[in-house]
Design a protein around this ligand. Structure first.
Ligand code: NAD
Ligand code: UD1
Length: 334
């Protein structure tokens, strides 16, 4: 089976490429390299033995994409490409709607033109908004109470995919709602490497540990949670990558939606402690006020993915921390 990964040189896409190649899938990558580096391809080769064919093409470049699909003759697309900085999306909403939503429409049009009918889409737990409960299941109503344009783009794209699948009955759509991806490849060669100032907890912890950011600001310690700090479902990126492989194997007509999470919540302070334990050094932090739009506690109910895809997350927070520190050490050695 020949698979195109849009955004495949990025954090989650590169890990997924490796897991797919390991199982013998033919993988090609299309990315505009806005938030990733071309050198990732050599690292994928080093780990998997195969260097995927690469196209530096933007989702907004319809002609460029048409050429990719003419050459590629793909069976399936995994659509990772998108902008994901929540704070920036509030400042530049049009950039986010254009890139993520218009980009996906261009991709779907191109797929249709070239007879490619299978797509897996990178969605996010953010589409659930505030449900008033911590444990989230796929059948909950989505799109209410989303607090930023980035999250809105994920919801809108999910709706577009549902409409397309309705109109084109042979279309096979799988929507994967990721919880909070963390960790790195155990080789230390690839991991999260944001080009700009990150908003998410784990990349900030990484930058605090390297001294690029002075200290972690913990957004609130007065939530009704285990220790007052926010609780999330952190999933190791290698588990997440394997979730995509499981989804590839179980594509079916219509729309299938799965949470990819561990089902277990971890607080910010527990993440700090786990990082300190793995690194053997203190992580400077201060408690500041709550961040607007944050929820107290959120975690996945991962039962549907287990039942239908035969997939469950296996790695722990400790694995994620050890792999992240290994990755940071490898970056330093260079
Ligand atoms: P990433 O930024 O590392 O990877 C995304 C890739 O898409 C980058 O390599 C970027 O250069 C590329 N890209 C962006 N716009 C493009 C365009 N117009 N044309 C071509 N390429 C383009 O991000 P990631 O963490 O690997 O996330 C992958 C997907 O998963 C994204 O859609 C993201 O929104 C989604 N997601 C991520 C998280 C997370 O916390 N990392 C959580 C939920 C969902
Ligand atoms: C955030 C986004 C969400 C997006 C997701 C993945 C908001 C309100 N939500 O979710 O839309 O889908 O990232 O990209 O931005 N934390 C700190 N200090 C920090 C950073 C984070 O204390 O500097 C805390 C947060 O308050 C939260 C936890 O760490 O309790 C995780 O935060 P984050 O990594 O941003 O993920 P989400 O809040 O789940």
């Amino acid at each position: 089976m020949k698979i195109l990964l849009t955004g495949g040189t990025g954090f989650i896409g590169s890990h997924t490429a490796i897991e797919l190649i390991k199982l013998g899938y033919e993988v090609e990558i299309m990315d505009n390299l806005f938030n990733s580096k071309i050198t990732v391809l050599d690292k994928i080769e080093k780990i998997s033995g195969v260097k995927p064919k690469f196209y530096k093409v933007d989702l907004l470049d319809k002609e460029g994409m048409d050429d990719v699909f003419s050459e590629g003759q793909y069976d399936l697309v995994i659509h990772f490409a998108g902008l994901k900085a929540v704070g920036e999306s509030v400042e530049k909403p049009l950039k986010y709607y254009e890139n993520n939503v218009c980009g996906t429409i261009n991709l779907l049009e191109c797929m249709k033109k070239h007879g490619v009918k299978k797509i897996i889409f990178s969605s996010s737990a953010t589409v659930y908004g505030d449900q008033g409960v911590a444990e989230l299941t796929e059948d909950m109503q989505t799109g209410v109470g989303i607090t930023n344009p980035y999250g809105e783009t994920k919801h809108i794209i999910e709706e577009i995919l549902k409409d397309v699948a309705e109109a084109e009955p042979e279309f096979e759509v799988t929507i994967l709602r990721y919880f909070n991806p963390v960790g790195s490849h155990p080789s230390g060669l690839i991991g999260e490497d944001p080009n700009d100032i990150p908003n998410n907890l784990m990349p900030i912890i990484m930058k605090v540990s390297t001294g690029e950011i002075e200290k972690l600001r913990i957004f609130g310690d007065d939530y009704d949670t285990v220790d007052g700090t926010g609780v999330r479902d952190y999933i190791h990126v290698v588990d997440l990558a394997k979730g995509h492989v499981a989804a590839v194997n179980k594509m079916k007509p219509g729309v299938s939606i799965y949470n990819l999470g561990t089902g277990k919540g971890t607080s910010v302070l527990e993440m700090v402690t786990a990082f300190e334990k793995a690194s053997g050094k203190k992580l400077p932090y201060e408690i500041v006020g709550r961040r607007a739009g944050d929820l107290a506690e959120v975690y996945a109910n991962p039962d549907k993915a287990k039942k239908d895809l035969g997939w469950t997350a296996e790695l722990t927070i400790e694995d994620a921390m050890n792999d992240t520190i290994n990755y940071l050490n490898c970056l330093e050695e260079k």
